[in-house]
Design a protein around this ligand. Sequence first.
Ligand code: PNS
Length: 175
Amino acid sequence: MHNTAVYPGSFDPITNGHLDLLERGLKIFDHVIIATAANPGKTPLFTLEERVEMIKTALESHPLGNRVQVDVFDGLLVDYVRKIPARAILRGLRAISDFEYEFQMALMNRKLCPEVETLFIMTGMRWIYISSRIIKEVVMSGGCVSGLVPEIVEARLAERLGGVHKTFTDPPGAV
Ligand code: PNS
């Protein structure tokens, strides 16, 4: 597939920050493959099937959904990228804290597969403070993440983590 990028991740679960990055990636690439890691480094809250189902549902009514494919991969990311074959690996950067991990991963991927570049895109400011980890932490503690994740994810988090939501208020001056 020409002009295709692979956007890999754990997506445990997908957030609006991920969707923002996907949209930015689609300004550069004709097609983006969301590659969900079958065995991410950390133990996921959701199974691979659940993570994929949430991504697919979130993209169902998305205007750019026809240019996105949702897939899974196991083993080395670069082997998957070679197999597609895709032009680039797409990753998001939020803050300085992401940099070290991303830098290490990108250089290791380059060492393993010099012909594939990693392209970093800055996440939109609106989503700069969210991550799958912090979303799960908030829901686990009884907080509401409405507006930060797709509706399907909010529902699945409530089912899994027992979400009796506190009212979501967006006070003046909120992020
Ligand atoms: O959303 P995440 O957890 O930051 O995604 C990390 C992921 C899945 C992209 C990364 O762990 C990965 O590529 N795993 C596959 C194994 C691999 O290729 N490792 C070598 C690169 S360091």
